[in-house]
Ligand binder design. Structure first.
Ligand code: SAH
Ligand code: DHB
Ligand code: MG
Length: 220
């Protein structure tokens, strides 16, 4: 299959910024070898998450959907030594793959993978009075609004709440969609548009992950 211009530019940016070291490359390989879905963020998106984590001076990060730990490693590197990433994964086998990748990245003390259904796990987390600085949701689109509500309750002024895959190749336009992922992200975008506790912006994205988008909300 021929590469699109968007994929070529994604690779170009990844190359000139040297975005993927062996750890990140091996993490992606482990996902393919283990027959896991190829749903990790791209290297450019990983770099963007890293930048956002730095910009809000994140110490406490929560991620919904670990997969092989690719985005967790980017987030862990952004706060290394100064905080913690809790990443929640429903699939025990995926969580084991992720833990191995996180260990190889030297981030075992920074990134904790918790196994379970994210909503259940969230309700058991003890934040020890500290706010969540950055919340990244990247799984289970039908529950995006519920994740947002939890994140907002546990945020501070200036926290970021980020949601991946809110455009879905433009399927987000289809008000009659019966695809639960589309219905989920449509409800999410609509909620953000009306929510006056956050300032939000939705970015359309193209590249190796086709056409999708990310919603970024800053807590007022
Ligand atoms: N953030 C990852 C990709 C996550 S893909 C990265 O960019 O590297 C989504 C993951 O969420 C999958 O591994 C899937 O098993 C997991 N998942 C799906 N539903 C979930 C739920 N309800 N709770 C926790 N994890 C879930
Ligand atoms: C899907 C999920 C993702 O998190 C992603 O980045 C791309 C696709 C999916 O479920 O189709
Ligand atoms: Mg995603």
């Amino acid at each position: 299959m021929t590469e699109t211009i968007f994929e070529k530019v994604d690779h170009y940016l990844s190359e000139i910024f040297s975005l993927e070291d062996d750890i990140l490359k091996d993490t992606e390989s482990s996902i393919i070898e283990n027959g896991m879905p190829e749903h990790s963020v791209s290297s450019n998106q990983g770099q963007f998450l890293y930048l956002l984590a730095k910009m809000c001076n994140a110490k406490n990060i929560i991620e919904i959907g670990t997969l092989g730990g690719y985005s967790s490693i980017w987030l862990g590197r952004a706060i290394n030594g100064q905080g913690k990433v809790i990443s929640i994964e429903i699939d025990k086998d995926f969580a084991e793959v992720a833990k191995r990748n996180i260990e190889k990245a030297g981030l075992t003390n920074t990134v904790e993978v918790k196994t379970g259904r994210a909503l259940d796990v969230l309700n058991q987390i003890d934040l020890k009075g500290k706010p969540v600085d950055l919340f990244f949701m990247d799984a289970d689109k039908p529950n995006y609004v519920a994740y947002f509500d939890w994140a907002l309750k546990n945020a501070r002024k200036g926290s970021l709440i980020i949601a991946d895959n809110v455009i879905r190749e433009g399927k987000v336009l289809d008000q009659n969609s019966t695809d639960e992922k589309v219905v989920g992200v449509r409800a999410y975008n609509q909620m953000l548009a009306k929510n006056n506790k956050v300032v939000s912006s939705v970015l359309q994205q193209v590249g190796i992950k086709d056409y999708d988008g990310i919603a970024i909300s800053l807590v007022k």
